[in-house]
Ligand binder design. Structure first.
Ligand code: 2AM
Length: 190
C-alpha cells in the first residue's frame, strides 16, 4: 500500500496516529531485569545485548492495534484469569532463525501455559490476535547473536520470579532501539 492514491491519501497518517504496537507480557521488577542483564554480560561479544528495562516475557503479540481497542485487550487479559505463580528462570537457549539468545525456564508452570492459551483464544475471538507461532516462554537477552558454544550455555542461573500480574505493553521504535511502555496491568490471583 503506497498511500499515494487519491482516495487513500489520508490512510497511512491516520493509521500511525491511531494505532499502537502492542503485546501482552510478564513484566519483571527492576531487580529481576538487572539480574537478567548480568547473565547476558558474558555473551556481550556474541551480539547486541538488550538493556535491562527491555527484558520481559511476551505471552501474546498483537502488532498494530487501533488505540480504541486497548480496553478490549485489557478485558481479555482479565477474563482469561491470570494465575499468580512461581516461575524459575534457570536455563539459556538460542533461536537460530531469529538469532536470539534467551533465558527461560526448564519447567514452565502449567497454570501459566493454560493462561497463555486462554488469553490467545480470547484475543482471537475478539479479532485481536493473529499470531500462530507456537508459544515458547523466553526472555530475549541478545539480538543478532551468533550461537554460543555448548559449554557457554551451561549456567548456574536461578532467578525466582513471583508472577503477580500481566502487563499490556506498547512498543515504539526509536533511534536507540525499541522503547516499551506498560499501559496497564491486570493482577493475578490464586
Ligand atoms: P522476541 O523477543 O522473541 O523477538 C516486543 O517486540 C516483543 O514481542 C518481544 O518480546 C518479541 O519477541 C515479541 N514479538 C515481536 N514480534 C513477534 C511476533 N511476530 N510473534 C510473536 N512475538 C513477537
Amino acid at each position: 500500500v503506497s498511500g499515494r492514491g487519491g482516495a487513500s491519501r489520508a490512510t497511512p497518517a491516520t493509521k500511525t496516529a491511531d494505532t499502537l504496537r502492542l503485546f501482552v507480557a510478564l513484566w519483571p521488577e527492576e531487580s529481576l531485569q538487572e539480574a537478567l542483564l548480568a547473565e547476558s554480560a558474558r555473551f556481550a561479544a556474541l551480539g547486541r545485548r538488550l538493556p535491562a528495562r527491555n527484558l520481559h516475557v511476551t505471552l501474546a503479540f498483537l502488532g498494530a492495534v487501533p488505540r480504541e481497542r486497548v480496553d478490549d485487550i485489557a478485558e481479555a487479559m482479565r477474563t482469561a484469569e491470570p494465575p499468580a505463580c512461581a516461575l524459575v528462570i534457570d536455563r539459556l537457549g538460542y533461536f537460530k532463525a531469529s538469532r536470539i539468545l534467551w533465558a527461560g525456564a526448564s519447567e514452565v508452570p502449567e497454570a501459566l501455559m493454560q493462561y497463555q492459551r486462554r488469553l490467545c483464544k480470547r484475543l482471537r475471538s475478539a479479532r485481536l490476535h493473529s499470531e500462530e507461532r507456537a508459544f515458547k516462554l523466553h526472555v530475549s537477552l541478545l539480538r543478532d547473536a551468533t550461537r554460543p558454544a555448548p559449554e557457554q550455555m551451561q549456567t548456574g542461573l536461578r532467578l525466582d520470579w513471583s508472577v503477580k500480574d500481566v502487563a499490556l505493553v506498547a512498543s515504539a521504535q526509536t533511534a536507540e532501539g525499541s522503547r516499551y511502555r506498560v499501559l496497564t496491568r491486570v493482577a493475578a490471583s490464586g
